[in-house]
Design a protein. Structure first.
Length: 373
């Protein structure tokens, strides 16, 4: 838990460049991250000294500029989605390529390079970005895909799902490679859009699909019997993303219908979510529960908004602000709206910086922290 400024963060991301450009896996360190809003002066006597600080303001601004260092790895094809995990003492990134292949890169050296300027200079001077090769490549999917997730409870175990409805389970081997079950899990009838391993059950995972369903699987069962629970018609159209709550039996889902839903796994097949929010005006492309606050989650989408929600909030009938017509139409659980990015792709709560969200979009990266969480 790191709450003091300046903050820093290590990130892995992937590019989706045009055919004439080289795509990359980017390992980066963002550092010297300061708050952008000025704190209110608590002592009114300080106001008289404000003019004395004007000369130092430019210097202070320079000192507070954020910094970023990057180590690149050449990637074959656009990166559809990328996920990182630690396996023993190494850090690996698994990437879905538009070519239909899934790559695993060992990014341990790149993480060291972005921490040390001399190592990074040597990495760049020796053109390492074009020399690094994946430690494993899986060519068993029949088409490209987007669903991919590392198991949080069994290091090195991975699940991947493609646009042809197939889901494959990976297990690490002692020689540093992976064994992939060639028999896919059977159940979905259309593209698998997202995969989430259970945070508590090592053999259980959830998936969502263009077939409008959210499914729960037990990977110990035979592939044609692995689907345990199904929420049919979970959304009116494609279900794009899901997120499994780390401490409560809840799964959040977002779809092309712009609706955010929360499901209680104890009543999953009742087809009735415990919460439904219609705030987004376009496809929801990302959703994630806060890792530290079990009732808080964030969602983002093609309406260029990221919304923060708190399920524990209830409408206060005595709240005078509800007389405002605009506020009255907003769900009381809506804490905050973040804007400024175009075509938002993914958001993630930082696991060590409480309340900090990193979001990617067609236009830029954002790193922000609100007073709401």
């Amino acid at each position: 838990v790191r709450e003091t400024f300046p903050m820093s963060s290590l990130i892995v991301a992937g590019t989706q460049a045009s055919a004439s450009h080289i795509n990359s896996v980017i390992v980066m360190k963002m550092s010297n991250l300061h708050r952008t809003s000025k704190e209110k002066e608590e002592d009114s006597d300080l106001e008289s000294d404000m003019s004395d600080d004007d000369d130092d303001e430019e210097e202070q601004t320079e000192e507070k500029k954020p910094k970023m260092s990057c180590a690149l790895i050449n990637h074959v094809g656009c990166v559809n989605r990328i996920r990182a995990a630690q396996v023993n003492s190494q850090t690996f990134a698994a990437s879905w390529s538009e070519t239909g292949k899934v790559f695993i890169f060992n990014i341990t050296e790149q993480l060291k390079a972005v921490e040390e300027p001399d190592l990074l200079k040597n990495y760049e001077d020796s053109n390492q970005s074009s020399l690094v090769k994946p430690v494993y490549v899986f060519r068993g999917h029949r088409t490209e895909g987007f669903g991919i997730d590392w198991s949080p409870s069994e290091p090195g175990v991975l699940a991947t799902g493609d646009c042809n409805k197939d889901i494959h389970i990976w297990k690490p081997l002692e020689d540093g490679t992976w064994s992939v079950n060639q028999a896919p899990l059977i159940g979905h009838t259309a593209s698998v859009e997202d995969i989430q391993w259970s945070p508590n059950e090592r053999n259980v995972l959830a998936t969502c699909s263009v077939d409008k369903t959210v499914r729960i699987w037990d990977t110990r069962a035979a592939p044609h019997k692995a689907c345990m629970l199904t929420a049919e018609d979970a959304h009116e159209s494609d279900v794009n993303v899901i997120s499994w709550n780390k401490t409560e039996p809840f799964i959040a889902s977002g779809g092309d219908d712009g609706v955010l839903k929360v499901w209680d796994l104890r009543h999953f097949q009742n087809k009735t979510p415990i919460a439904t929010f219609k705030h987004h005006t376009d496809h929801i492309t990302t959703v994630e529960w806060n890792p530290n606050e079990s009732t808080v989650l964030a969602s983002g989408g093609d309406d260029d908004q990221i919304a923060l929600w708190d399920l524990s909030v209830e409408r206060d009938d005595n709240d005078t602000s509800q007389n405002d017509a605009q506020l009255k139409d907003l769900p009381p659980q809506l804490l905050f709206i973040h804007q400024g990015q175009k075509e938002i792709k993914e958001l993630h709560w930082h696991p060590q910086l409480p309340g900090v969200i990193l979001s990617t979009a067609h236009s830029c990266f954002n790193v922000f922290k609100t007073i709401s969480v």
